[in-house]
Each structure stands twice: as C-alpha cells, then as structure tokens.
Design a protein around this ligand. Structure first.
Ligand SMILES: Cc1cc2nc3c(=O)[nH]c(=O)nc-3n(C[C@H](O)[C@H](O)[C@H](O)COP(=O)(O)OP(=O)(O)OC[C@H]3O[C@@H](n4cnc5c(N)ncnc54)[C@H](O)[C@@H]3O)c2cc1C
Length: 391
C-alpha cells in the first residue's frame, strides 16, 4: 500500500517544521519525516537573531519566552583573545538549546496538522514520481516534496548528485560546557579564532556553548583552532587533556540558485541558506521553509504542481540577494591580508562597531548597507586591496 499526501517534508529542523506548519495550516495533507525522534540534538551555537525571532513569531506564533531563551545583550568582539570592544544594550541575541527549540517547533507543526513519521530511515527517493520508500517497507507518495534535511541533504543528493561543494562548505566544532566552568559568560565573537570564520562563546541558562567555525577548506587544522580557543577560556580543562567536541558542516555562502528540481523543493541548509559572514542559518531556514510551504499551497490550489519551484525561487530572491551582498563584504573581514585590520578599524570606530554588531544581530540587512560599508572599509583598507578581494 502507498500512503498518499499532498506534501512530504523530509527533515523537521526549523526549515521543515516551518514548511509543515505553513502547509498544514492551509489545509494540505502533510507527512513530516525525520530520521530522529524528537527531542533530538543538533550541533549549533543556538543564537537566534532579531530577524530569526521575527520569523519565528510570524510562522509559529512563538515569542522568545524565558523558558526556551536566554536574552544576551552584552557582546564582546575579540581578536585572538584580545577584546576589541564590549557593548552593552546591544540588539539582543536570544540564546537557545536546539534540542528544546526544535522540539517546540516540531510540536507546533504537529498541532497544525502535520502527520509525523519519526524516526524513519529513507531507503529510496524518486524525485520524478515524488515517492519515498522507508526501511520498514512503507511507501509514500505526494504531489510535492520539500527537502529540509540539513547540510548533508539526502534529497539534494538525490536530485543534484551531492549535497554541497566540499571546496566551499563551512565546518564547525563545538562543546557544551557547564556555566560554572566560566568566570565570565559574556557572549563573545573572536574573529581571529579560525580562518574565514570565528570563535564564539554563547551563554545559555545552564550551559555555555563554545566553538569555532570557518570555511572547511581553509581550516585543515580546525581541531587546533578549537583547542587554542578553549584554552583561552577554560585553561584548566584544556590542560587536563583532549576535550571531546563535536563537528558539523554548514553551508557558508554558496546557495543553490535553483532550489530544487521538478516537484522537489529544498529549504534551509539543504538549499545552502546560511549567512556567509555570521554563519546564522536558523532564521533563513524558517523563512525558506515558510516560502516553500506557501509555494506548495499556491501550486496545489492552482492545480499546477509544476509551478511550485518557480514560485518558490521567486520568493527566495530576497534571501539570495542578502547572501550575495554579504559575500561581497566578507572578504573585507576575513581575507588574510585584512584579518587583523578589520578588528582594529572596528575598535577605533564606534559607529562601525555598532553597525557590525547590528548586522550580527540581524537588525540590519546587508543589501541596504553594502555600499556604505564597502566605502568606509575601502577607505581604511585601501582601494587596491578592495578591488582584488571583491573581484
Ligand atoms: C557548529 C554550528 C553552529 C551554528 N550556530 C548557529 C547559530 O548560533 N545561529 C544560527 O542561526 N545558526 C547556526 N548554525 C546554522 C544552523 O544550525 C542551521 O543553519 C540550521 O539548523 C538549518 O536548519 P534546517 O532546518 O535547514 O536543518 P537542520 O536544523 O539541520 O535540520 C535538518 C533535519 O533533517 C533531519 N534529517 C537529516 N537527514 C535526514 C534523512 N536522511 N532523513 C530524514 N530526516 C533527516 C535531521 O534529523 C534534522 O532534524 C550553526 C551550524 C553549525 C554547524
């Protein structure tokens, strides 16, 4: 027997749950599949920006309550352990534990009417017929499929042959530590902790997440970067021997220009929708999941499932524009010759430091800011360097 649905969504992170919530609320029959039962863990700093919080409210009707979130409005910017600036009353990050956060979104999608299949193992996926076969022999078919199964997406592999470009993917290592191990739990971003990336200390209610990330191909020694960063913050622990950290890939500036194929749409990390400067992906995962769900609803209402992908791609233009704008700026922050100059420029220019922190907090859009920031940075870093790095 084949189980039939309007929509099969593979993966129930922020992207998949947002798709499920949107489509189920609009009356579609939705199957929401995940390889894990919830609550499940997800490697992540857990920083939810202002922009992401707005999407969360719009899609799930969920406000950042103090059960799930810790508000952090004091932020330190550092470079190789030296504080550059420390700002209070900064547009806040909402710090959350992904295990609880994702479980909440997953639950809200179920409440909206999505039918959950988890844990499941998918053994076959046919993008042409939108059919999915599970390891237990069950078969499912839908009019449309949304692949929201993360950076290492099985769905992206099924339609494009691979989930990501290994030369451009990002990689992060992190550990969850007891708050008591830290004398200072200020939120920190250290721009010198890894190449084309940064180190972070993100406080939570009971713990602190410490990690480093950057472009994988430019950090063959990420473990060394991690150990060095850990030693700066928790020297006793680092000295006591190797610490077990966990690693995961994240897209970092390369998105899929066509986010799917035929009757299959990709959302969130599976579509490469992560900020190429900050590594923030939760907000755009929810936003793209919502857009994919809306595109499915419109295409099915019109009796034209073949139009879902073009509608979705059109909705995503605003996100793609942001990623493109951020990519143009990021060489001026992370490229080797300017790496040490950017933090100094930020340290000596309060307005630039505020602008950078507001970008991190998702309070400013890159697309609106691009020209102004490029102009200011160009003055500091030299026109010839700018031309070389943005070419
Ligand atoms: C180290 C690190 C730190 C990060 N820190 C931050 C941060 O602080 N703030 C931020 O905004 N972003 C951060 N990100 C990025 C963020 O985690 C992702 O962008 C976000 O989780 C993307 O959501 P998603 O729903 O697309 O995918 P995911 O959250 O990865 O969810 C994918 C879901 O698909 C399921 N799945 C996977 N494969 C299958 C399969 N074959 N079959 C069925 N189900 C499957 C998984 O179980 C999972 O539930 C970080 C990423 C990393 C790696």
């Amino acid at each position: 027997m084949v189980l039939k649905f309007d929509l099969i969504i593979i993966g129930s992170g922020p992207a998949g749950s947002a798709s499920a919530m949107t489509a189920a609320k609009a009356g579609l029959s939705v199957a929401l599949l995940d390889k894990s039962a919830f609550p499940r863990d997800k490697l992540c700093g857990g920083a939810v920006t202002g922009r992401a919080a707005r999407y969360m409210d719009e899609i799930f009707g969920l406000a950042p309550d103090s059960d799930l979130f810790l508000e952090a409005d004091r932020v330190r910017l550092a470079f190789r352990g030296q504080a550059i600036t420390c700002q209070d009353n900064f547009p806040p990050f909402q710090m959350t534990m992904r295990q609880a956060f994702d479980a909440r979104l997953h639950h809200l999608a179920i409440t909206a009417g999505a039918q959950v299949f988890a844990p499941v193992r998918i053994t076959a996926l046919d993008p042409e017929t939108a059919q999915v076969t599970l390891a237990d022999g069950r078969r499912m078919q839908a009019t449309l499929i949304i692949g929201a199964d993360g950076a290492n997406s099985l769905v992206a592999r099924a339609i494009f042959g691979r989930a990501f470009d290994p030369a451009r993917i990002g990689f992060g290592l992190e550990v969850e530590l007891d708050r008591n191990q830290f004398s200072d739990t200020t939120t920190e971003i250290d721009l010198g902790a890894a190449n084309w990336g940064y180190g972070w200390v993100f406080p939570k209610h009971k713990s602190v997440t410490l990690g480093v990330f950057g472009i994988h191909a430019r950090n063959s020694d990420m473990k060394t970067h991690f150990n060095r960063y850990l030693a700066r913050h928790v020297p006793d622990m680092a000295a006591a021997g190797p610490v077990r950290c966990k690693g995961a890939f994240l897209p970092f500036g390369t998105y899929r220009k066509t986010p799917g194929a035929g009757r299959v749409l990709l959302a969130g990390d599976a579509a490469g929708l992560v900020d190429p400067i900050t590594g923030e992906g939760i907000g755009w995962a929810m936003r793209s999941g919502q857009f994919a769900g809306q595109a499915a609803v419109a295409a099915l209402a019109a009796g034209r499932p073949d139009t879902a992908l073009t509608t979705y791609q059109r909705h995503l233009t605003c996100v793609h524009r942001e990623i493109d704008a951020a990519r143009r700026i990021r060489a001026l922050i992370y490229a080797r010759p300017v790496r040490a100059i950017f933090p100094r420029a930020v340290a000596h220019n309060p307005s630039m430091s505020r602008t950078y922190l507001r970008l991190l907090a998702g309070e400013l859009d890159y697309a609106d800011l691009g020209t102004r920031v490029l102009f200011r940075l160009a003055r500091r870093l030299g026109g010839s360097l700018l031309r070389r790095q943005t070419a």
